[in-house]
Design a protein around this ligand. Structure first.
Ligand SMILES: [Mg+2]
Length: 221
């Protein structure tokens, strides 16, 4: 196995995604920075991740939607990093396996979450990821997220490998991994116990530690 690529939310950081309150707080911050004061209903729209809605609302308030988007993403990153540092958002116990995997093969991180947060996770935990990639803090970056395989493909290019395994906790991970030409591993966590997948993953795992055996088996083939 030339490389193992990991999803972040639900694989390393506990829970399937960023807490909605983080984005609510980040939205308030961005609106204040841009000096606009929308109605409660309009604020709800500004919290959303619908690029069309954000573009409409931004135009109505005379602000640049991309500037709003970046301010919100950057603030959400800062808030998330604080939550991880203070233990408000935990990591899974089985991430210990990543340190050993990094000794044995190339590992990388590819997430739909923000790029800055992907960088933070490597800085904080020092897993030994060869590279990390999250979505760019822009509406364009958001549109390229999984199930689009773009970020996975860019990572494979950067690593100069064309085969490997993508490890994720959701259906979009399995689709994106497959479309990038990778084998896929679906990890069962408390939040996805009964998730039905859109297509069959190559492997289904209960713990990241099982990757050590998978790697050994694939290397001895
Ligand atoms: Mg995930």
């Amino acid at each position: 196995m030339e490389a193992i690529l990991f999803d972040m939310d639900g694989i390393i950081l506990e829970g399937p995604r960023t807490d909605p309150q983080v984005y609510a707080d980040a939205t308030e911050y961005a609106l204040a920075e841009l000096d606009v004061d929308p109605s409660p209903e309009q604020r709800e729209d500004f919290r959303r991740f619908d690029t069309g809605v954000i573009a409409d609302r931004a135009a109505a308030h005379g602000i640049d939607p991309d500037e709003f988007w970046k301010l919100r993403d950057d603030r959400a990153s800062a808030l998330t990093h604080e939550r991880v540092r203070t233990g408000k958002r935990d990591a899974y116990n089985d991430i210990e396996a990543l340190y050993e995997l990094a000794n044995r093969t190339t590992i990388a991180l590819v997430t739909n979450n923000r790029h800055r947060t992907a960088e933070f996770v490597e800085e904080h935990f020092e897993f030994g990821f060869e590279t990390v990639r999250g979505r760019d803090p822009s509406m364009d970056g958001y549109r390229r997220r999984k199930p689009n395989p773009a970020y996975l493909e860019a990572t494979l290019d950067e690593l100069c490998v064309d085969a490997g395994l993508y490890v994720g906790d959701s259906g979009v991970d399995i689709i994106a991994g497959y479309n990038a030409g990778l084998e896929t591993a679906f990890v069962r966590r408390p939040h996805n116990r009964s998730t039905e997948l859109p297509s069959e993953p190559t492997y289904e795992l209960d713990s990241l530690t099982e990757l050590l055996d998978l790697l050994e088996a694939s290397n001895s083939q």
